[in-house]
Design a protein around this ligand. Structure first.
Ligand SMILES: [Zn+2]
Length: 358
């Protein structure tokens, strides 16, 4: 059995402590670098031209691509006949979107990874589920990061209620019927952070309405940029959920379409956690050297999942800080960190700068 399959078959994804995890990850990531360099001509050329090391001695030495590169180049390490689906990042009209090509095997690893992470928070049983969005399955051609995320999380619930109509207004009648049917049962709510805030919580506030969803769980992700513009912090978000819905189990997650399945869930202490098969490093925004814990910089994400495209080591445009490793009070092993937002556009270096600076 491959290392990744053995890890994904464990009952929880937060077991490995620093030393063992580093050795295992380094082996796996080196093998992925080698495989992608041999099978993706574009990736092989990038590595050759930049003298990046194929066989790293430390995680910091593992070559990385800037995540924006997937908006410019199609990178696929398998024959075209193996292409199972293509994921697109969400982007506003006119913006370039990432294209991530997935084969069946990578897709199955992504599903298993999401499963082992989310089950460790939600438990084994599926719960009645409210999706804080409109039913975009009616528009299947819009296969965006948002719909892919929702479809991925839908497997953890049953009797799915799409809370919003196509105009993004709350479907009050359907909600009341749903809450009546599942009275006194915990409900699993899922949605994108900004939509949960703007189309659900703000609406409850405007109408001065509260609901009793005590015992329920909300998982939300998708970035804080818009919320920070509205000066909404994680704590404010949680306070309003408690006040309006009586929900106190609220978990944000950090993830991206370029590494589906490798999500970083927020623990009860408010920190994002690396699962056993993924890791994060922080680099200085200008000279890109690795930074020690406690210093904020660009987040680099490492993951054992991407088998069909060279996305196992990516430098993001997000700013974050690692707070520690293996000693979070919640008991989970691995690094824990927080994300502060995105680097302002003007400060983002070009792809070519990033690739030649190591
Ligand atoms: Zn924790």
């Amino acid at each position: 059995m491959l290392e990744i399959e053995s890890i994904l078959s464990h009952s929880g994804p937060y077991h490995l402590a620093q030393k063992g995890k580093q050795i295992m990850l380094l082996d796996e990531l080196n093998a992925l670098t080698q495989f992608h360099a041999e099978n993706s001509e574009a990736y092989g050329n990038i590595l050759n031209k930049t003298n990046l090391k194929f066989q790293a001695q430390t995680l910091e030495e593992v070559p990385y691509l800037p995540v924006q590169l997937f908006k410019m180049v199609d990178l696929f390490s398998l024959p075209d006949s193996e292409r199972f689906k293509t994921l697109n990042s969400s982007g506003t009209t006119g913006q370039q979107v990432s294209r991530i090509h997935i084969d069946r095997y990578t897709a199955s690893l992504q599903t298993k990874a999401l499963n082992v992470i989310v089950r460790s928070f939600l438990g084994k049983n599926r719960l009645p589920m409210i999706i804080v969005d409109f039913d975009f399955l009616k528009n299947r051609h819009q296969f965006s990061a948002r719909s892919a995320g929702t479809i991925g999380f839908s497997q953890f619930g049953h009797h799915h209620l799409y809370l919003l109509d196509e105009y993004m207004n709350i479907r009050w009648d359907e909600l009341e019927r749903f809450l009546e049917e599942f009275k006194n049962q915990p409900i699993f709510l899922f949605g994108f952070t900004f939509i949960v805030w703007q189309n659900f919580l703000e609406e409850l506030r405007k109408q001065n309405t509260s609901l009793d969803l005590s015992g329920s769980i909300l998982i939300h992700g998708g970035g804080w940029k818009k919320l920070h513009e509205h000066t909404v912090t994680d704590q404010v978000f949680k306070n309003v959920l408690k006040e309006r819905l009586r929900i106190d189990q609220v978990y944000n997650y950090y993830g991206m379409v370029e590494q589906v399945g490798s999500i970083y869930m927020q623990c009860e202490c408010g920190y994002l956690h690396t699962p056993d098969f993924a890791d994060v490093l922080i680099r200085h925004p200008h000279h890109l050297k690795p930074l020690p814990y406690g210093e904020s910089g660009l987040i680099q994400v490492l993951s054992m999942l991407p088998r069909s495209y060279p996305g196992h080591s990516l430098l993001t445009e997000d700013i974050g800080v690692i707070l520690g490793e293996d000693d979070c009070p919640c008991g989970r092993k691995g690094k824990y960190f927080s994300v502060a937002g995105r680097l302002p556009k003007a400060e983002i270096r070009g792809c070519s700068d990033t690739m030649t600076s190591t």
